[in-house]
Design a protein around this ligand. Structure first.
Ligand code: ADP
Length: 460
């Protein structure tokens, strides 16, 4: 048994950086959990807090029901594998693996049995007497894994263990680590910035951004039902295409309009849209998302689905053999007053080979049963997974809008406070000048306040 419960975990570094905010997760025995997200999103910090290498600023961490916040790393019964292997260069592979057990004063015979078994599992029996310098990167990483295996820990923590390996070896080690997890039947927590590693290895994935959990789900659910635009863009390559759009039409025929294109949503999709009235013909902006692999160039598909066809200009083509990537621009929008041209990029992954060439204008059919719609303001999806999920999603949207409103209020209050301070300072300066007979004609304090309050702020 080795379950973990993370309850409201925060990490604030002494420098003031809030690296992790309100992290909540229940990890069951034998799960393979992956923390994934861009660099600096707080994955390693979370892992290091589980390991006990970083203090937890707030919240509770339980391993097998026991609160371990204040328990030393060595007493947590966990083993950690690092990106840089962290092997002792002067010791043989055997001694590297045996070292931790010797420190724990384990009988020699038991150590020997464990080291040989781990070496057999990892296929490094023939290297036991070598030093790390005489091993390849992949072999060294196996030794690092072996050193963790011999401990027979409750939980394995792996921090980007494959990042130092070349692409081919990484793919091979991915499979090996997955097999190892099946074989050891222990809880694994794995940190990576690589969404392919996450998708192929995790039983559940935690997507993180800026210290916040975005979504916790099984790999295919993340792909099929991303909760927000960030997750949608992070999972899947090439990245999902996004367009600023609005919903028009009637309840029975809802269209997505973006640029000069207009496509019809399938009824089953429309049935799952939350608060449809808020968007339909109101101009309230949405983000329309479609994955490159859900765009078809097959003429038969195009002629059979006229209301899901768009026209694009092909900019360049990558023929990968099994599939072809088309990098295109959607139709221009020319806004008459300012003559602004808006072109949006669109990538399509199609099966057909070179039917088009750069410079061509072609038609593509969008598989709208697989499209995504996000509220432009909250960036949360407006399409529920099921009818039953609609209420929960609507509540989430409302909570986010409220959160944004409170933030905007706080910002405005702060700005007003700063403006008042500035006005007081100016007034004081003016009084001084007046006192010494240098009074300049200046705007009254209220006007200065007005100006400062209304000064446009840069978008974040
Ligand atoms: P990730 O593993 O997702 O790349 P980290 O957990 O390493 O991210 O870092 C999260 C944030 O915390 C980053 O902004 C990083 O700069 C900051 N950070 C990490 N370690 C420290 C530290 N020891 N002191 C101060 N800030 C840190």
């Amino acid at each position: 048994m080795s379950s973990l419960n993370l309850k409201g975990i925060y990490k604030v570094y002494p420098s003031g950086v809030v690296a992790v905010t309100d992290f909540n997760l229940d990890i069951e025995d034998k799960e393979f959990i992956v923390f994934v997200g861009p660099s600096g999103c707080g994955k390693s910090t979370t892992l290091r807090m589980i390991a006990g290498l970083e203090a937890i600023s707030a919240g509770e961490l339980y391993i097998d029901g026991l609160l371990v916040n204040d328990i030393a790393p060595k007493d947590r019964d966990i083993a950690m594998v690092f990106q840089n292997y962290a092997l002792y260069p002067h010791m043989t592979v055997y001694d590297n693996m045996a070292f931790g057990l010797k420190l724990r004063k384990m009988p020699k015979a038991e150590i020997d049995a464990r080291v040989r078994e781990a070496a057999r599992i990892l296929g490094i029996e023939m290297y036991l007497s070598r030093k790390p310098s005489a091993l390849s990167g992949g072999q060294r990483q196996r030794v690092a894994l072996g050193r963790a295996i011999v401990r027979e820990p409750k939980v394995f923590l792996l921090d980007e263990p494959l990042s130092n390996l070349d692409a081919k070896l990484r793919a091979q080690m991915r499979t090996e680590i997955t097999k190892l997890h099946d074989r050891l039947a222990t809880t694994f927590i794995y940190v990576t910035h690589d969404q392919v590693e996450a998708m192929t290895m995790g039983t559940r994935i935690v997507v993180m951004k800026d210290g916040f959990m975005q979504q916790v789900d099984e790999p295919l659910n993340l792909y099929d039902y991303p909760i927000n635009q960030f997750v949608a863009g992070f999972i899947g390559t090439p990245q999902m295409n996004f367009f600023d759009a609005v919903l028009t039409g009637t309840k029975n025929k809802v269209y997505v309009e973006f640029g000069e294109d207009k496509v019809l949503l399938p009824k089953e999709k429309v049935a799952l849209i939350c608060n449809l009235d808020e968007y339909l013909n109101t101009g309230k902006p949405v983000i329309f998302g479609i994955r490159p692999e859900n765009i078809k160039a097959d003429p038969a598909v195009i002629s059979a689905n006229k209301e899901s066809v768009i026209s694009v200009n092909v900019e360049f083509i990558e023929g990968l053999g099994a599939e072809t990537l088309l990098y295109c621009k959607t139709k221009d929008i020319i806004e008459s007053d300012d003559i602004i041209e808006v072109k949006s990029n669109l990538t399509a992954k199609v099966e057909n080979r070179t039917f088009a060439k750069a410079g061509d204008t072609i038609e593509l059919a969008l598989d709208l049963s697989r499209c995504h719609l996000f509220d432009k303001e909250t960036e949360i999806t407006i399409v529920a997974r099921t009818e039953d999920g609609k209420a929960e999603l609507e509540a989430m949207q409302a909570a986010r809008v409220e959160e944004e409103r409170i933030k905007a209020e706080e910002r405005a209050a702060k700005e007003a406070e700063e403006a008042a301070k500035l006005a007081a300072k100016l007034e004081k300066k003016n009084a001084m000048l007046k006192k010494f007979g240098f009074a300049k004609k200046s705007a009254p304090a209220e006007e200065v306040v007005e100006e400062v309050v209304e000064e446009p702020k840069d978008e974040e």
